[in-house]
Design a binder for this molecule. Sequence first.
Ligand SMILES: *Cc1c(COP(=O)(O)O)cnc(C)c1O
Length: 423
Amino acid sequence: MQYENTLEFARQLDAQDPLRAFRERFFIPRHNGQDTVYFTGNSLGLQPKATRDYIGQELDDWASLGVEGHFQARNPWLHYHEQFPALLAPLLGAKPEEVVAMNQLTVNLHLLMATFYRPTKGRYKILCEAKAFPSDQYALESQARLHGFDPADAIVEVHPRPGEHYLREDDILEAINQHGAQLALVLFGGVNYYSGQVLPMKVITDVAHNVGAYAGFDLAHAAGNVALKLHEWDVDFACWCSYKYLNSGPGSVAGAFIHERHCRNTELPRMAGWWGYEKETRFQMKPLFKAIPSAEGWQLSNAPVLSMAAHHAALDLFAEAGFESLCAKSRQLTGYLFHVLDAINAAQEVRVIEVITPREEDARGCQVSMLMLQKGRDVFRALTDRGVVADWREPNVIRVAPVPLYNSFEDVWRFGEIIREIL
Ligand SMILES: *Cc1c(COP(=O)(O)O)cnc(C)c1O
């Protein structure tokens, strides 16, 4: 598409956008009496206006029914979590029985590693990206220690080449092959939180399997952002959080994917709890764990219904909008952002902004990471003063993410105008 960096053009794209009405379904934070340019849906997604009603329903049922709400609530709590697989499956490219909403992201990562990181003397290494999200680094490091390995030896990181900002597929595959015989697990962020790069998940999975390792992904920045096909790609496991692109509220319930061929193997070792126990006989409370032969077999505890209500409100919006349509808008919206930033750079004598997110549509989601070559802190402060909500990462990166559910082309144009004014 030929983009133009004008307000009229941005408004024309908004007028043609079949999803434009969804913005009205969210609370947009305000700044000096005007909507902010909210570009941090990659950190905390905005609140759907319906969320209060979804939670209110459960509060009302709790107030009037007490413990009977487990059976008598409008959405009986005993089965509340069972509503999620059907809503999540299209976003993850999974079969419903392969997904479960539970716990928090880092907790799920540990639970899945309890099953899929079973190191032996010869095969104990974990391959991941350099500078993985800190929580993931700590999780990997502690898992290696838990099994008696030295993280410095057990954890292998793949780096971007000097002077580059994201990973080359060839380098990842070469690293997998190089450590192949010793690799127990290949674990990457599906979308890198810093650069916004989408990793080639299918290829990574294939090559990991070729060397005899499991392949898992942290989808914190992928779920609800980019199209995924976890089942078809044969990914072993994945986990994500729901408060970023999935708009389910701070610290809301997270999710996990376990491939069907593993789900069916109820003998797989795992951390077990009563909510993962075979449903027909769960309440006989007998000894000896019997796993549900689906992703639910990894559940530990009964469902956190209040946070799940917020999750439900948000996922209903995804279902209504249709994830394919959202992805199509996202590509345009971020394509427009690239255009606007290019125009700004072209107008500067000395380049101020270096975009470190891949340009190719298949290699990025909606996030654009701007490496500030000068005045980074000042620009960021000025953006905040002018009502742009963006995100600062040390040492000098500003991350912005126009999301298709509630951001507009006019937001992108305004963002560009504000940057131009600041510079
Ligand atoms: C946001 C994020 C987390 C956060 O973990 P929580 O357990 O939800 O606090 C972890 N890993 C990655 C890659 C993230 O982007």
